[in-house]
Design a protein around this ligand. Structure first.
Ligand SMILES: [Fe+2]
Length: 430
């Protein structure tokens, strides 16, 4: 009788264990997937720079697809509580979208986008986004005030461990850079193009910073999926649409005070390998015209593929051959790139007949890190370092610092524009 009872007890324990294993197999993936589900409450709220930064800014956010419309409410910055009578409301453009990556659960969402226009240069505002279903908190944004004095941050590839290890970079950069005007990226924001869970991590890392500091993004090869650019780029960002057909929103320019920023999409069409292809030729013609019709003192170009690689086994001569003569013709100041997961900085040219004047930088902000090879173009190099760059423009002077994750200056140089059009490059040793 005793052994019969024991046998039943054993069977009960085994059944219970099997049930627990089964529940774990079913429930765990469901719980994991839920971290990136939208709801009626606005999330992934992000500012982007527009074509007219002096009097406008773009905001994009996400809800679930039961929220058919969205609004952005704007209020002048005030010390006292927000009074509804002073609120201006702008209706968003709403797009229903489904994000699907391999066998991960499909995410259906509504993306809402507004360009807030007719703001005052130098004006300080509060804004919130949402609808009658739910509102975000109020965020603060200050427009450029045209005194040609501002700082911004540049990030090379975030790409890996976005929530766990890139988060401290964006937070340190934000803390380090007082009144950060915007944050600029050189591509490979995530690792697997189209994968919503990675975008969730990126937004978790940036949190309120993305809703208060505009983000300016060029894509990398990892931001492309097999069938083209990750759809998140079109729907979760509202970037200037002034680039050539086929690369609008990834190839564009924007002006901020006395600076023109140009994003070239070097990840399109298998990293522009077809030199006679549409994406290469259209971007070359566009770049030449955008730099010809420019009245800004400073020009910075950002693109994913480095003109000069830090990696001993890598080189992108087709990028130099096609774009460098245009950049040199127009006196571009600085080229910010990524892709090689190391740091390199140098003033260099393939044209033996000129004195090189463009500063080329390769950098990385995420924790996927490689060494910097022994290549002669680099005046400063560093491997296995997560870095952000704080760039300050003050009239005729550009101050560039590459800073480590713990806030130490790793590289520092200054560019000075002189009256005769000369440019001095001063290396600092902090
Ligand atoms: Fe890359």
């Amino acid at each position: 009788m005793g052994s019969m009872k024991q046998k039943c007890e054993m069977q009960r324990i085994v059944m219970l264990l099997l049930l627990l294993i089964l529940l774990n197999l079913i429930i765990k993936p469901v719980l994991q997937a839920r971290t990136n589900l939208p709801s009626v409450v606005p999330d992934r709220i992000i500012l982007n720079l527009t074509e007219e930064t002096s009097n406008s800014v773009a905001v994009t956010w996400r809800t679930d697809n039961t929220v058919d419309d969205g609004f952005c409410e704007i209020h002048p910055l005030s010390a006292s509580r927000i009074i509804n009578d002073s609120v201006k409301s702008v209706k968003a453009t709403t797009s229903s979208i489904s994000y699907k990556y391999k066998d991960e659960p499909e995410i259906r969402a509504n993306q809402h986008s507004v360009i807030i226009k007719n703001l005052k240069p130098g004006g300080k505002y509060l804004y919130r986004v949402g609808s009658k279903a739910a509102w975000s908190e109020w965020f603060e944004y200050e427009l450029p005030d045209n005194n040609n004095q501002f700082s911004f941050v540049y990030f090379g590839d975030p790409q890996a461990d976005l929530k766990s290890q890139w988060s401290r970079m964006v937070r340190k950069a934000h803390e380090y850079t007082d009144d950060c005007a915007f944050m600029l990226y050189g591509g490979d924001i995530i690792n697997r193009g189209g994968r919503d869970t990675e975008w969730q991590e990126w937004f978790d890392a940036g949190s309120f910073i993305f809703a208060t500091v505009p983000q300016v993004l060029t894509p990398g090869n990892h931001d492309y999926a097999d069938d083209g650019i990750d759809p998140h780029w079109k729907y979760q960002f509202t970037q200037p649409q002034n680039g050539p057909a086929g690369v609008k929103g990834t190839c564009f320019f924007t002006d901020y005070e006395n600076l023109r920023i140009v994003s070239i999409d070097s990840a399109v069409e298998s990293e522009l390998e077809d030199e006679n292809g549409q994406a290469m030729t259209s971007q070359k013609h566009w770049l030449d015209s955008v730099l010809t019709n420019n009245d800004k003192k400073w020009v910075i170009v950002t693109t994913h593929l480095p003109f000069y690689s830090t990696n001993i086994k890598r080189d992108n001569p087709h990028i130099r051959r096609n774009f460098q003569p245009i950049l040199e013709k127009h006196g571009v100041d600085l080229v910010l790139t990524g892709h090689d997961h190391a740091y390199g900085r140098g003033v260099v040219s393939d044209n033996k007949d000129i004195k090189p004047a463009i500063v080329y930088v390769v950098s990385v902000s995420g924790p996927k890190l490689y060494e910097a090879g022994d290549k002669s173009w680099m005046q400063k190099r560093g491997g296995y370092l997560q870095l952000f760059q704080k760039i300050t423009i003050n009239g005729d002077v550009l101050d560039f610092k590459a800073v480590t994750a713990d806030g130490e200056v790793f590289d520092h140089f200054i560019l000075k524009k002189e009256k005769r059009g000369n440019k001095l490059i001063e290396q600092k040793t902090d």
